[in-house]
Design a protein around this ligand. Structure first.
Ligand SMILES: Nc1ncnc2c1ncn2[C@@H]1O[C@H](COP(=O)(O)OP(=O)(O)OP(=O)(O)O)[C@@H](O)[C@H]1O
Ligand SMILES: [Mg+2]
Length: 306
């Protein structure tokens, strides 16, 4: 019902709603009361104190509530830095960052609206339950919510293999505990993000937590994520373009070598392909390398997006 309302508004060309009524019936990870947040970056620049050049230059970006967007760009383009600015971990040198009109670097409420999984996400030496529940930001645990988050994150098989189920400590250093593989940890981290959304976060950000997966598995997981988080403002970060083509919108950050450019392309996958610019050239390059070699060539910076 919730998803239907959002799609109907989109089809009718109505502005996205920033508050949608809670669904009637069971609360689950993907149809929890969604309060999608609005994100607005205006003229944002940031440089690390130890560096001469700016990591993020003059980025202006408005993400309406409920939109899914991909941020792409070569290694070092500033994607992760931009996400950290959005989470309020850094304060911009210039410009403003607003989540629902509030500055996440200053206001705790705005910070709490952002659920993020970074490339180097945290592996807590706690039970599976705590690892997922931490995302919901609450002490009381709703088992149904946790189950749904884990299933939606593709982690049902992780649970099946644990001797003590949800109570298993995810560390071999504890009696009865066990460590997980890299891929299994990723599912747990993704479940944590979904639990955060079910717990009320209005923006969900995945900054390549899937980098250890092969290109097909990452694409499948991002697609699944877009499906289960429909109606939530979602930001996917990747330099594998095939993984993010199904986002509502794709923005390309300029190369670090051409500093000061900020966002150089902005549109749907189809629009950017028709435009024949950096995105389409890099997309075609990655696709042809993959077809020729069967290998993921996206980590090869090669002829970068130009
Ligand atoms: N903590 C830091 N201190 C100093 N410089 C940093 C720090 N983190 C990132 N940088 C620099 O800032 C620039 C942008 O880095 P960032 O990690 O945001 O890029 P990215 O687009 O996320 O790259 P990747 O695709 O490799 O994840 C790079 O030149 C990087 O070396
Ligand atoms: Mg990064």
């Amino acid at each position: 019902m919730l998803i239907g309302l959002i799609e109907l508004r989109r089809e009718l060309g109505l502005p996205a709603v920033d508050r949608v009524p809670p669904p009637v019936g069971d609360r689950t990870a993907n149809d929890a009361p969604v309060i999608a947040a609005e994100v607005r970056l205006t003229g944002v620049s940031f440089g690390y104190p130890t560096r001469d050049t700016r990591a993020v230059s003059n980025v202006t970006l408005h993400i309406p509530p409920g939109q899914s967007i991909a941020i792409v760009g070569v290694n070092g383009a500033g994607k992760s830095t931009l996400i950290k600015l959005l989470c309020g971990l850094y304060t911009p040198d210039e410009g403003t960052v607003l989540v629902d009109q509030a500055d996440p670097a200053v206001e705790e409420d705005a910070r709490r609206k952002v659920a993020v999984i970074f490339q180097d996400f945290v592996r807590y030496q706690l039970s599976l339950r705590d690892n997922v529940r931490l995302g919901a930001g609450t002490d009381d645990h709703d088992q149904e919510l946790l189950d749904r988050a884990l299933v939606d994150a593709g982690g049902a098989t992780v649970l099946e293999r644990l001797d003590h189920g949800w109570d298993t400590v995810l560390s071999a250093e504890y009696e009865g505990g066990t460590d997980l593989s890299g891929g299994q940890w990723q599912r747990v981290a993704l479940a944590r993000a979904l639990a955060a959304v079910a717990g009320g976060a209005g923006v969900l950000i995945l900054d390549e937590p899937t980098a250890a997966l092969d290109v097909r598995a990452e694409a499948a997981l991002f697609d699944r994520f877009l499906e289960v988080t429909r109606g939530v403002t979602t930001i996917l970060v990747s330099h594998r373009l095939s993984s993010v083509r199904h986002a509502d919108r794709i923005v390309v950050l300029g190369d670090p070598a051409d500093s000061g450019q900020g966002i150089v392309e902005d549109g749907t996958h189809e629009e950017l392909m028709r435009r024949g610019g950096r995105y389409s050239r890099l997309f075609s390059l990655q696709a042809s390398r993959f077809a020729q070699t069967g290998r993921d060539a996206s980590d090869d910076p090669g002829p970068v997006i130009r």
